[in-house]
Ligand binder design. Structure first.
Ligand SMILES: [Fe+2]
Length: 375
């Protein structure tokens, strides 16, 4: 079966609820932890869509005391997180509900754990360990991509906005992940493409990671198949609920598999490309993925051949490129504003993290050569 003798592990939130309409259960779930809830959300669109009043109303009907922290925005930096910590310390909620895209979910996730452990983001970047459980946390994604609702890290940008770095601990895994695909129906097509590609790349990198195993492989294969089959549909018709359900599942599987199997070189490169050139995370992952697949192929031939089949193509690279072309995603790095002079910085800033799980070891020189071929 190709899986004999392999090890695999599966760490998860205590509960995952998936399905259209499951947001109706949100207050009942939050009430398990107490009566005082803090709702963390992102920009104005959440309030303007009527979703904020709907969710607050659910808590109100359940007789809960509701506090709100909005405007956490995209790509949270150290200051955003440290401010969120002060707010949480002030309110002292029994439970935090983070509802939004990956940035909002990560902001609430980071605040929930720093509050119970003390210190600031920098301390944990510097090696301080989390030892206390976080405040009970329910993560509710409104995009389909990052899988942040199940993962053990939060990606945070430095105060001077020069780099992004995670804080991580198994104690940060949300207690409950509530995934209601109907919350993603208002996501506009370019964001559907970017986030959906993040989900696809996460499943592919986890599937081919050197830490992959039979349990995560099963989920990753399904995630790849769903993203491959439904991403263009969700992109072309935002109201296609079947596609939205498939993409939310692909995102969830990507989160579970990256949590347990790690990622690879494409994710390592995506962080400096994202922050230096303002490229959305999934778009950066997608631009470098074909070259990474080409490089990694010798180590994971069987799996890459299977990815090709799951994407309905004769090989994985053709399948992936065919998909991003339909989604209007640029493939050359120069189209993202990157020049020859930037390559060394990207390589240096991509070290460690996800690169450690890449199925083939690589030097900085190898990576620079790959980037040059992608220009
Ligand atoms: Fe990602």
């Amino acid at each position: 079966m190709g899986e004999y003798g392999l090890k695999s592990t599966l760490i998860l939130p205590k509960q995952i609820l998936f399905g259209t309409g499951v947001r109706a259960d949100l207050a009942k779930l939050a009430k398990r932890f107490g009566n005082k809830v803090l709702l963390v959300y992102g920009g104005r669109s959440f309030a303007e869509s009527g979703m904020k009043s709907e969710v607050s109303g659910l808590f109100g009907q359940a007789g809960m005391e509701v506090y709100e922290m909005g405007g956490t925005g995209h790509d949270p930096d150290e200051d955003t997180i440290n401010r969120a910590v002060v707010t949480v310390l002030d309110i002292k909620p029994d439970c935090i509900v983070g509802i939004g895209g990956g940035s909002v979910i990560d902001t609430a996730k980071a605040a929930s754990i720093i509050v119970t452990n003390g210190g600031a983001v920098k301390d944990y970047w510097g090696g301080r360990k989390f030892v206390n459980p976080s405040i009970p946390y329910i993560a509710v994604p409104t995009t389909a991509g990052t899988g942040a609702e199940v993962t053990k890290n939060a990606v945070i940008t430095s105060a001077d906005k020069s780099y992004k770095k995670s804080i991580r601990s198994e104690l940060m895994i949300p207690d409950i992940a509530l995934v209601d695909p109907s919350l993603t129906l208002t996501v506009p097509p370019p964001v559907t493409a970017d986030t959906g590609l993040d989900a696809l790349v996460q499943n592919i990198e986890a599937y081919t990671s050197k830490n992959s195993g039979p349990i995560t492989d099963t989920l990753a294969r399904k995630g790849i198949e769903l993203a491959g089959r439904y991403l263009v549909r969700g992109f072309e018709d935002p109201a296609d609920l079947e596609a939205r359900e498939a993409l939310s599942l692909a995102s969830l599987y990507g989160g579970i598999t990256l949590l347990n199997a790690g990622l690879g070189l494409a994710h390592g490169l995506s962080h400096p490309i994202g922050i230096r050139f303002g490229v959305p995370h999934g778009r950066a992952c997608a631009a470098v993925m074909p070259k990474v697949m080409e490089y990694n192929y010798p180590a994971q031939k069987r799996k890459y051949d299977e990815i090709g089949m799951l994407l309905g193509a004769k090989n994985s690279i053709d399948g992936f490129i065919g998909l991003i072309e339909k989604l209007d995603i640029p493939r050359r790095l120069r189209l993202l504003g990157i020049t020859e002079a930037d390559l060394k910085t990207i390589v240096t800033e991509s070290r460690g993290g996800s690169r450690n799980y890449n199925p083939i070891p690589h030097t900085d020189e190898t990576v620079e050569k790959m980037l040059r071929e992608m220009l």
